[in-house]
Ligand binder design. Structure first.
Ligand code: PEP
Ligand code: MN
Length: 359
C-alpha cells in the first residue's frame, strides 16, 4: 500500500503531540454534544467523536439518537472548528454521514467482524475523500482486520487508518478488552504507512487505566489516541465508567511522554545499540537452549519407541508446567506468558516424538 493520504494529512498537520480524537461515547442531546465540544476546543483534540448509532449488547438500553443527532455534529463543526467523527455500521449510515458532511467515519469492532457489512459500507463510500478508520474486530484476528481494510482500499478509499480498541478475552483481566499489542504491531509491519490510532477507553473500560494504556501506545509509536470524553461522565448514557472530563484529558496529555522517533544523541544511540546487542545474544542462547532441549526430547522419543510407551505422559507434563509457572511468577513473568511458551514447547516436542515413534 502506498502512503495513505491520511498519513500525508497527519504529517501536514504538524502537531507536536499525537492526533487526538475525543468526545462522548454517545451523542445524547444537542446540549451535551455542544457542551463537551466547546470544552474540547481548549484541549489537544482535533477531531470530535460521538456515537450516533450505538451497537449495544442488550436491547432496551440507549441505542443512540440516530440521524436526528447528525445536525448537532454539524453545529459542532461550525461553532468549534473541530472535525467530526461517527461510527457507521451499514450503508445507510454511511450515506447519511456523507450527506451531513461528517469528516471521519469509523467502522466499529462489531462491524469489522462481518465481511458482508464491511463490503456494503465500502461500496457506499466508494472513492470518498473522507477519513475512514477501521477498528479491530472484537476477536483477535489480524487477517479479518486486514480484510476489512482491503475492502475499503479496493473501493478507492484512500484516507484510511486503523483503530486498535483491544480484543475480547475469556478469562480474568484488568482490561475490558485486552490490548494484545503484538496484533497492531503486526498490522503496522504489514502496512507501514497506515496510521494506527489507539483507543485506550475501550481497552481500559475504566478511567483509571487510560493514561497508562495511552503511554504504552505512544511508546509503541501509535499515531494518535481516541479517548471518550464527557462533561459529566458518571451520568453518561453509555460507557459511563470509562469516560473522562475534558480537564482530565488535558492532564493526561500533559503527562504523556512523547518519545522522539529518532535519537540524535550519540551517547543514547550507543547505549541503545549495546542493549540491542545483549538482546541478540540472549535470543541466540534461547535458540540454542531450545534446540538442545529438543534433542533430549528426541532421545526420550527413541527410548519410548524401544519400550513401546505412549508419547504423552500427562502427569509429567503437568508437573513441568506447574513448576515453570511458579518459577516464572517468582521472576516477575505472568502466568499466561509462561503457559503460552511452555504449551508451545510441549506441542513442538510431541510433534518431534510422534515423528520418531511413527516414522
Ligand atoms: C465506540 O467507539 O463507542 C464503540 C462502540 O467502540 P467499539 O466498536 O470499539 O466497541
Ligand atoms: Mn463507547
Amino acid at each position: 500500500m502506498e502512503n495513505t493520504n491520511f498519513r500525508v494529512w497527519l504529517e501536514n498537520m504538524q502537531l507536536n503531540h499525537p492526533l487526538v480524537i475525543a468526545g462522548p461515547c454517545s451523542a445524547e442531546t444537542e446540549k451535551q454534544v455542544l457542551d463537551v465540544a466547546h470544552e474540547l476546543k481548549n484541549t489537544d483534540a482535533t477531531i470530535f467523536r460521538a456515537g450516533v448509532w450505538k451497537p449495544r449488547t442488550r436491547p432496551g438500553t440507549f441505542e443512540g439518537n440516530g440521524a436526528k443527532a447528525l445536525p448537532w455534529l454539524h453545529k459542532v463543526k461550525e461553532e468549534t472548528g473541530l472535525l467530526t467523527a461517527i461510527e457507521v455500521a451499514n450503508a445507510q449510515h454511511a450515506k447519511l454521514a456523507l450527506e451531513f458532511d461528517i469528516d471521519v467515519l469509523w467502522i466499529g469492532a462489531r462491524t469489522t467482524v462481518n465481511p458482508f457489512a464491511v463490503q456494503e459500507i465500502a461500496e457506499a463510500l466508494r472513492d470518498t475523500d473522507k477519513i475512514v478508520l477501521v477498528k479491530n474486530p472484537i476477536n483477535p484476528d489480524l487477517e479479518l482486520w486486514i480484510g476489512a481494510i482491503e475492502r475499503f482500499l479496493k473501493m478507492g478509499v484512500k484516507n484510511l487508518g486503523a483503530i486498535h480498541r483491544g480484543f475480547s478475552f475469556f478469562g480474568k483481566s484488568k482490561y475490558r478488552n485486552i490490548p494484545s499489542w503484538q496484533i497492531p504491531i503486526d498490522l503496522k509491519n504489514r502496512y507501514p504507512s497506515l496510521p494506527i490510532i489507539n483507543d485506550p477507553s475501550h481497552i481500559s473500560g475504566n478511567r483509571e487505566l487510560i493514561s497508562e494504556v495511552s503511554q504504552t501506545a505512544l511508546d509503541l509509536k501509535f499515531d494518535g489516541l481516541m479517548i471518550e470524553t464527557h462533561c459529566n461522565p458518571d451520568k453518561a448514557w453509555s460507557d459511563a465508567k470509562q469516560q473522562i472530563k475534558p480537564k482530565r484529558l488535558i492532564e493526561i496529555m500533559d503527562n504523556l511522554k512523547v518519545r522522539k522517533p529518532r535519537f540524535e544523541n550519540e551517547e543514547y544511540i550507543s547505549k541503545l545499540n549495546a542493549f540491542r546487542q545483549e538482546i541478540n545474544e540472549k535470543d541466540d542462547q534461547l535458540m540454542e537452549t531450545l534446540s538442545e532441549r529438543m534433542k533430549i526430547v528426541e532421545s526420550i522419543g527413541r527410548s519410548k519407541r524401544e519400550s513401546n510407551v505412549a508419547v504423552l505422559q500427562n502427569t509429567r507434563w503437568q508437573e513441568i508446567l506447574q513448576n515453570m509457572v511458579d518459577k516464572g511468577l517468582d521472576q516477575g513473568l505472568t502466568q499466561a506468558f509462561v503457559e503460552k511458551i511452555f504449551k508451545a514447547i510441549h506441542q513442538e516436542s510431541i510433534v518431534h516424538q510422534e515423528k520418531i515413534i511413527n516414522g
